[in-house]
Design a protein around this ligand. Structure first.
Ligand SMILES: [Zn+2]
Length: 334
């Protein structure tokens, strides 16, 4: 388990004085740039029984094997998804998947870490994403961070540092994990078998792991279809598009429309979009008949929908609202 190459310098900096490792690290940086992998690599290194001379986990010892199989007795993951099973087994089967880390999860974790002394070595807890701790969960975790148990390392991971509770932030050593530069990101994507990395990187806002997801054929097919629909502007049949996109997660749909709207706005203001350069000519043509006030209002709507995308009341309605709003952008100036 190694970090991505663009995090090498942070990695080396971290291990200059391994004996002075703090009890809580807050790893933050842009989404889709490999923070999770970095946290995993730190966990593996700390738990490894025989770390290599180059500072990484050996990959061969019992500890490394357990971690690889998600069966390490001293490794804990606290994330919204990790609570899914517990909820399903609980007495509230109707409870849907939460976007939040709950106080119950934190309490369970505290109990479990108190019991775990399997190796007599370190215990490692990854909290991800740290901004998804709800208020009670954050307060419960805070107590643990304020009175850390010996040889327990907390690794908090966040793409939205400003949304992590200040009290939590102040108890951690913050470590910024940078995004790769363009050439690093392109060559990494080529190594992963992506033939045309440049356009995908634009679409992913420069985040290579996100770009790799966007290259998935199933995603590409739907996304390209939606983009071609958006190109039609006022001629697009919003309800038909919403119907065809029933299987697309609402967050994905909002993400694409939001980026498209942003590109329209950019094209209007600075004559060039940034997410979909392949569609520059279409954007130029469309923007001539766009009502700017409506466009900024729709961007706000998209932002609002995005915030509630994990638990939309009615995904289809929300999608229709967005697409009808898009269709209506072009009417004001006609
Ligand atoms: Zn090892």
């Amino acid at each position: 388990m190694r970090n991505y190459v663009w995090h090498d310098s942070v990695w080396q900096q971290l291990w200059q004085q391994p004996e002075r490792l703090p009890h809580a690290l807050l790893l933050h940086g842009p989404e889709g740039t490999g923070k999770r992998q970095f946290a995993r690599a730190v966990a593996a290194r700390v738990l490894c029984q025989t770390p290599s001379a180059d500072g990484y986990a050996c990959g061969h010892c019992a500890s490394c094997h357990w971690l690889e199989q998600d069966a390490h007795p001293d490794f804990f993951l606290l994330s919204p998804d990790s609570g899914e099973e517990a909820e399903a087994e609980g007495d509230k089967p109707q409870k849907r998947k939460s976007a939040w880390i709950t106080v119950e999860q934190v309490r369970n974790l505290v109990e479990l870490t108190a019991l775990s002394k399997h190796q007599g070595g370190w215990r490692v807890v990854i909290v991800e994403p740290a901004e998804q701790l709800n208020l009670n969960a954050a307060n419960a975790l805070l107590k643990t961070l304020e009175e850390p148990s010996e040889r327990t390392l907390f690794l908090l991971v966040s793409s939205r540092l400003n949304r992590v509770m200040p009290t939590i932030r102040s108890r951690c050593l913050k470590l910024a994990l940078p995004a790769p530069d363009l050439s690093q990101a392109e060559s990494w994507l080529r190594e992963q078998g992506v033939a045309q990395p440049a356009a995908l990187l634009h679409e992913a806002g420069g985040a290579p792991l996100l770009a790799l997801d966007l290259a998935e054929p199933a995603y590409r097919e739907q996304a390209d279809w939606l983009l071609r629909s958006l190109v039609q502007g006022p001629a697009m049949d919003a309800l038909l598009v919403a119907e065809k996109l029933q299987d697309m997660p609402i967050a994905t749909c909002v993400d694409i429309v939001q980026k498209w709207l942003f590109d329209l706005l950019q094209t209007r203001l600075v004559k060039a979009g940034c997410f979909y350069p392949d569609y520059a000519n279409n954007l130029q043509a469309l923007v001539k008949s766009v009502n700017l006030n409506k466009l900024t209002a729709l961007l706000e709507t998209a932002q609002r929908i995005r915030r509630s995308a994990y638990h939309p009341l009615n995904a289809r309605l929300v999608q229709e609202e967005l697409l009808l709003g898009y269709q209506a952008l072009f009417q004001g100036n006609r």
